[in-house]
Design a protein around this ligand. Structure first.
Ligand code: GDP
Length: 196
């Protein structure tokens, strides 16, 4: 699949306003600042397809990017800034859970976490929802360039151990947008989901 062909399709605040639920899509999720926008931009070879450094508290939308007529990448809202009121967080949670649980086209979830701060409360929540919905997961430990090779490998092993015993559909890898590390592995997993 040609990820460079990705084009912005639509922003939707709720499941009801998402594009028609047909074909296949893969969703990207991550706490704010996990490196999600950078990863989407790296994957698609486009500097500003997904916007980086979002304003905290801004209305969060589900952003759809079309690869072709049948396949899409989906940028899910992330949060984590203390500034966001609890009521807003709960509202986002509701839309996220709704999308993950009811979207037929959704084939898998890429969950991004900073390699230095993996498995936050947000990540655990996403893992739980994906598991409940029977969705396969691909975990990207981002900004791997920030750690020495040995430390990055240790972080990878720790996350793998923490996930042992969960669904066997979870895979974990190191990733760096800056160093363009791990792109082939990511594309291979996405291809598997989207080609179905
Ligand atoms: P988002 O909030 O998850 O979309 O995160 P962004 O993609 O906006 O990235 C958050 C911050 O991390 C920005 O300052 C990025 O420049 C930085 N960042 C993202 N990916 C990498 C990476 O692979 N390596 C390094 N060193 N920094 C990164």
């Amino acid at each position: 699949l040609n990820y460079r062909a990705a084009r912005f399709l639509i922003s939707a605040p709720t499941l009801a306003t998402c594009p028609e639920d047909s074909g296949a899509e893969v969703a990207f999720a991550g706490r704010s600042n996990a490196g999600k926008s950078s990863a989407i931009n790296t994957l698609t070879g486009q500097k500003a397809l997904a916007r980086t450094s979002k304003t905290p508290g801004r209305t969060q939308l589900i952003n759809f990017f079309a690869l072709d007529d049948e396949r899409r990448l989906v940028d899910l809202p992330g949060y984590g800034f203390a500034k966001v009121p609890e009521s807003v967080k709960l509202e986002w949670q509701r839309h996220l859970a709704d999308y993950l649980q009811h979207r037929q086209a959704l084939k898998g979830v890429v969950l991004l976490m900073d390699v230095r701060h993996p498995l936050t409360e947000f990540d655990q929540m996403m893992l739980g929802w994906a598991e409940q919905a029977g969705l396969p997961l691909h975990l990207l430990l981002t900004k791997a360039d920030k750690l020495k090779r040995g430390a990055a490998t240790n972080a990878l092993r720790q996350v793998e151990r923490a996930l042992a015993g969960r669904t066997e559909q979870v895979e974990v890898q190191l990733f760096s947008s800056l160093a363009r590390q791990g792109l082939d592995t990511l594309e291979a997993r996405l291809n598997g989901w989207l080609r179905g």
